[in-house]
Every structure is written in structure tokens, then in C-alpha cells.
Write a protein that binds this ligand. Structure first.
Ligand code: SAH
Length: 503
């Protein structure tokens, strides 16, 4: 019989991806299956190994969500398959996280488990809003309650009266819907109407908003500000304090739409979030690999016959080396080969596999790559170009013209992620920037959004000229082009533009 895997119940923290624990991250990095829900940041999806099965179990915009019993069953089933499972939950798994129910199911099925605590929003959202949950001589205790009851008919939890009489900081999770009841209940139980109160939306995230007031007016103020879930309600004298950070992040208030593969989106997202931007994954692409297809198998077998390997994207580098090892070969097959790369991102990816690039064009364009290489070649050289389907024909044209021998092989294809095949109405209007990281990303976007014209106020940002050219073919010019083909290249042009705008 297969040995059961372990289930790790991991707290993802309150939203900011930097607030997961080191231990939680370690568990993510080595799991075989990930069961996650919507409070946990999408950034974590990129932390798991390639082979990891990712299963979404939460609620998102009206979509069907799994029932708790189904999730319990799923965790047991996965572990019984012998997989090590991370069950990722927003905040701390036990703070209104139903972690206990999942553990009971695991205990019953005799599945080994471990709990990795998380930073709870009940404290962290307050901290980030500048509200200390306790403060010397102001509040000596804090109490966390759900503002949501099982009955769902607008009643508060039965022990609310005694809760309301406590003198410390009162924190309500899941209480936005019941805000009027909560406020009235507190006043009815003796809290002065002038007691400071606050509502914090999206705590610890760049889009965090805080509304402050007193019990008398917080409901009206939250309504005016159109505060939405997830939000936390705080009542008590500490809610009048403001210790919010004095550091101003360069992309604060800037809304950026991202298109790209999961792994690109996660890396870009993390970088942008750390600079204070608000991000939205507009479209996700996935890589369909042919690295072990017949064509590539033949290529790996014949590697010694090539003198140059041309790599035009970081994805191509990753795919090529993964295929090499999986095909049963290793770096020795590349002994005499030289490498040409299109730009910085590709160069640093190649370096990760232990090779310096022999040639990078000064300008990161296909034409320059071709011309530069041609001037370095001798007659007998054979070039190998393993790249994505639909790669730029400019390379072929230039090599054909110069009479260079090359093999252009399909290593992978960039396709729309399955769940996004159907048209998803997503408004681009609130965005300041929309980013494209590849020509295939541009094609996928316009194929899905045929009828959609991009708002004029939206600035379109492309990595490199090839991507910008693809955009032009759909009748829109790029507003900004990153000449450094990497996440930091894109980030830099946006930062420069955003800061100019603010001046
Ligand atoms: N286990 C989680 C709480 C889950 S209950 C934790 O420890 O944080 C879900 C509720 O938590 C939401 O309705 C909201 O009240 C609160 N919440 C979670 N994340 C939040 C955030 N980033 N900002 C504000 N409230 C949040």
C-alpha cells in the first residue's frame, strides 16, 4: 500500500505576500499538491514545484465553491495518493479558517499533518492601518469576534452582549454586512457613541483603505466610501491612533494590469506590489511544452552537430534545459556549443543553467540578433533555434538571405490558460497601465478581446520591439517599451513614467 502523504495546513498571512512565514514558504516549495482559496495571494502559486497539482477551493465572484466536506475529502484523498499537500489559508488557519474541521477529517483518516501558523488579518490589517491593537494606558486587551452568524438572518452571535461590555479593543471579522447591527449592539450595551471606530478594507495590500470615525458615524462613513469585503471593523480608543508608515512607495496608487504566464505574472506581481502598485492579472497564459516531442528528441540527439544555440526568451532557456535533462542528456552534450541570447532576461536565465552567453545584441531586437550573429559566423556553422511556435519570421528571413544553415524548432507554445478560454468581462477602465511581455501574449489578448478597444487613457507597456510590433498589428501603438527584457525592465519604465506624471 502506498504510504500516506502529509497535509500541511499553512497560514498564508493577511494578503501581502511578504507576510507568509519562512516555514510556510518552505512547505509550499516542496509540496506535491496545493489546495488554496481566494484570500491567499496568487503569488504563492508560483512558489510550488512544477509538478505540483494546484486545486482552487475557494469562492470567487459567484463561481461554484467547494463545500467544506468536499475540501476535507479532497485533502484526505490527495494524502492517500501519497502526495504531500499544502492546504493554504488566508491569515492564520484557525482564525475563522475552519482549520479544525479539516484536521478532524485528517485525524479520522489517520493522515499525518502539521499546522504552520500565519499572520492573522485580525492584527495585521490594524497594524498596517496604523492602529495598534493594544496601546499602553489606552487598551489592555483585544478581542476578536465574527460578525457573521450561521443563521444568516441578520442576528449577531449569541454572546455578543458580554463581548460588547469588554473594555479592550474589539475586532470584528466577516462583519461588514452586519455593521449596523454591530454598531447599534455596542451602543446598546453601554459603549459611548463617541467611541473611536474604524473599518479597514484589503488590509496589508496596496489597495488597502481605512475609514475612521466613531460608533455614531462609522456606518455612514463606510457606506459613503463604498467599503467592500474583505474588511475588518475595529472599535475602541486605539482606533483614534494613527501610526501608519511614513514611507511613500513609488508606485502608490498606480493600477497595473498584467498579461503573461503564471510564473511571469507571479514574479512581476511581487515586484510591483513591493513598490506599492495595485495589480490585476488580466490574462494568464500557459506554456504547452513540446520539449519531449519527437522533433525535439531528435534535436537533443543531434546537439553535437550544431555550433550555435539561439535563445530568444527566458521560457525557451527553461524549456530547453528541462528537456535536455528529461531526455536523458546533460550539460556535457553542450560542450562545444556557443550561445546567442536576445537580451538581459534571457542572459540571466541562461546563467542559471551555468552558461555565459557568447553573444547578446546591443539592441534587444531579433533583427540585431540576426545581423550581429551573421557577422560572426563562418560557412560551416549550423544554428539551432528552439523557440515558441509562431516566433518572429524576421530571424528566418535574415538567415535565409545570408545563406546561413539553421534549424527552427518548436519547443513550446504559448496558449490561453484553460480556465480563461471563455470570455471574461474584465473592465480595463480603472487601470493606468496594461503590460504585455510577449507577442504571443498580445495575440492571445486580442483573440479573446476581439470586440474590446483599449481605453485611450490606458497606457500600454510592451517588453521590447517584437511585442510592440505585434501590438501595432492590432491597431494600437505601445505607449512605453521596455528595452530590458525582464520584469525589472518593465517595472523601471512604468516607475519612470508614473513618477513623471506625479511631478
Ligand atoms: N483566517 C483569516 C480570517 C478568515 S475569515 C485570518 O486569520 O485573517 C475572513 C475575514 O477575515 C474577512 O471577512 C475579513 O473580515 C477578514 N480579512 C481577511 N483578510 C483581510 C484583509 N486583508 N483585510 C481586511 N479584512 C480581512
Amino acid at each position: 500500500m502506498k504510504k500516506n502523504g502529509v497535509v500541511y495546513l499553512v497560514g498564508a498571512g493577511p494578503g501581502d505576500p511578504g507576510l507568509i512565514t519562512q516555514k510556510g514558504l518552505k512547505r509550499l516549495e516542496s509540496c506535491d499538491a496545493l489546495v488554496y482559496d481566494s484570500l491567499a495571494s496568487d503569488c504563492f502559486l508560483d512558489k510550488v514545484p512544477d509538478h505540483c497539482r494546484k486545486i482552487y477551493a475557494g469562492k470567487r465572484a459567484g463561481a461554484h465553491s467547494m463545500k467544506q466536506e468536499e475540501i476535507n475529502r479532497l485533502l484526505v484523498d490527495l494524502a492517500q495518493e501519497g502526495l504531500n499537500v499544502v492546504r493554504l489559508k488566508g491569515g492564520d488557519p484557525f482564525v475563522f479558517g475552519r482549520g479544525g474541521e479539516e484536521i478532524s477529517a485528517l485525524l479520522k483518516a489517520e493522515i499525518p499533518f502539521e499546522v504552520v501558523p500565519g499572520v492573522t488579518s485580525a492584527v495585521a490589517a490594524l497594524s498596517m492601518a496604523g492602529i495598534p491593537v493594544t496601546h499602553r494606558a489606552v487598551s489592555r486587551s483585544f478581542h476578536v469576534m465574527t460578525g457573521h452568524t450561521v443563521s444568516e438572518n441578520g442576528t449577531l452571535p449569541p454572546d455578543f452582549d458580554s463581548f460588547a461590555k469588554l473594555s479592550g479593543t474589539l475586532v470584528f471579522l466577516m462583519g461588514l454586512f452586519n455593521l449596523p447591527l454591530i454598531v447599534n449592539g455596542l451602543i446598546k450595551n453601554g459603549k459611548p457613541a463617541c467611541t473611536p471606530a474604524a473599518v479597514i478594507e484589503n488590509g496589508t495590500l496596496p489597495q488597502q483603505r481605512t475609514v475612521r470615525g466613531t460608533l455614531a458615524d462609522i456606518e455612514e462613513r463606510a457606506k459613503q466610501a463604498e467599503i467592500k469585503s474583505p474588511a475588518i471593523i475595529v472599535a475602541g480608543d486605539v482606533a483614534a491612533l494613527d501610526f501608519s508608515s511614513t514611507i511613500n512607495l513609488p508606485l502608490k496608487g498606480c493600477r497595473i494590469g498584467i498579461t503573461g504566464t503564471d510564473s511571469f505574472t507571479a514574479r512581476f506581481n511581487q515586484e510591483l506590489l513591493s513598490l506599492g502598485a495595485i495589480t490585476d492579472s488580466v490574462l494568464t497564459l500557459s506554456i504547452q511544452s513540446s520539449r519531449l516531442g519527437d522533433e525535439m528528441k531528435e534535436v537533443y540527439k543531434e546537439l553535437r552537430t550544431y555550433s550555435w544555440l539561439i535563445l530568444t526568451s527566458a521560457n525557451a532557456v527553461r524549456e530547453f534545459f528541462a528537456g535536455l535533462l528529461e531526455g536523458g542528456y546533460d550539460l556535457r552534450s553542450l560542450g562545444g556549443i556557443k550561445f546567442a541570447v536576445i537580451g538581459k532576461g534571457t542572459e540571466s536565465e541562461l546563467l542559471k543553467s551555468g552558461f555565459h552567453a557568447d553573444y547578446i545584441p546591443e539592441r534587444y531586437q531579433v533583427k540585431d540578433l540576426a545581423q550581429g550573429l551573421i557577422s560572426r559566423l563562418t560557412k560551416e556553422e549550423r544554428l539551432l533555434i528552439p523557440r515558441s511556435a509562431g516566433g518572429s519570421p524576421e530571424l528566418n528571413l535574415a538567415f535565409d538571405e545570408a545563406g546561413v544553415y539553421y534549424d527552427d524548432k518548436v519547443l513550446y507554445e504559448v496558449v490561453l490558460k484553460e480556465k480563461e478560454q471563455e470570455h471574461m468581462e474584465k473592465s480595463l477602465a480603472p487601470l493606468h497601465y496594461l503590460t504585455f511581455a510577449s507577442a504571443s501574449g498580445v495575440d492571445a489578448f486580442f483573440q479573446r478581446e476581439k470586440a474590446l478597444s483599449l481605453p485611450v487613457s490606458l497606457k500600454v507597456v510592451c517588453i521590447g520591439d517584437i511585442t510592440a510590433k505585434a501590438l501595432s498589428s492590432y491597431g494600437r501603438e505601445a505607449d512605453l517599451i521596455a528595452s530590458v527584457y525582464s520584469v525589472s525592465g518593465l517595472t523601471e519604465v512604468i516607475c519612470q513614467d508614473w513618477c513623471r506624471k506625479k511631478e
